[in-house]
Design a binder for this molecule. Sequence first.
Ligand code: SAM
Length: 198
Amino acid sequence: MNKYTSDYFSKKASEENHPTRSYYKLEEIDRKFHIIKRNDTILDLGSSLGGWTEYSSKKINDGKILSIDLIALDIKVASEKNVYYMQKNINDIDIIDCIIKNGWTYFDVIISDLSPSTTGIKSSDQYQSFELSKRALDMAMGILKEKGNFVCKIFESEYVKEYTDESKKYFSEVKNFRPKSTRQGSKEMYIIGKNRLR
Ligand SMILES: C[S@@+](CC[C@H](N)C(=O)[O-])C[C@H]1O[C@@H](n2cnc3c(N)ncnc32)[C@H](O)[C@@H]1O
C-alpha cells in the first residue's frame, strides 16, 4: 500500500498547523529542485489559503513575498512580517502595473499554484488550467529576474507538452514533476523552470 494515503498530508497539515496540505508540495519541490534561496523576493500566484506562502516565509531570511489571490489569505500567514498580500485577479489587465505601483520590481522566484474552479467537465477544466498557467508564464516573462526560478501548476492534459516546450524557450532547465504529497486521483502536476534566460 502507498505510504501516503489520501488523507495522510491533510492530517499532517492539521497536526502541524499549516493552512493547507499544499505546504508539503512546495517543500518537496524546493527540496528536490532548490528553487528558493534565503534572500529571495518571491511572487506567489493563487496563494490562498497560504500553504506555499507560509513555506516561503519560513524559508527566507531577508527576503519578502507578495501573495496574490482572488480570495483572502489565512490570517496567521498574512500577519508574517515578510508577507504582503493583494486580493486581485491575475487576469486583470493592470495586474503588472498594480504590482509595480505597490513598490515591487523584479522577482527572484515566481510560484503559481493557480487552479480554476473545476466544473467536472475534464476538457474544460484542463483548458482553464492551461490558460491560468499561460498567464503565470506571461507574468514571469515580464517580472522574473534573469536566472530566476519558476514553478507552475498545470492539470495533466494534451496541453502539457506545448506548455513545457514553450517554457524551454525561457529557462535553461525545465522539468515536469508530480509531488508525492499530491492528493491521490488528482490530475495536477508542476512545471519547474530553472535559471531564466535573457
Ligand atoms: C489550489 S489553490 C492554491 C493553494 C495555495 N498554494 C496554498 O498553498 O494554500 C488555487 C488558488 O488559485 C486561486 N485562483 C484561481 N484563479 C485565480 C485568478 N484568476 N486570480 C487569482 N487567483 C486565482 C484560487 O482562488 C485558489 O485560492
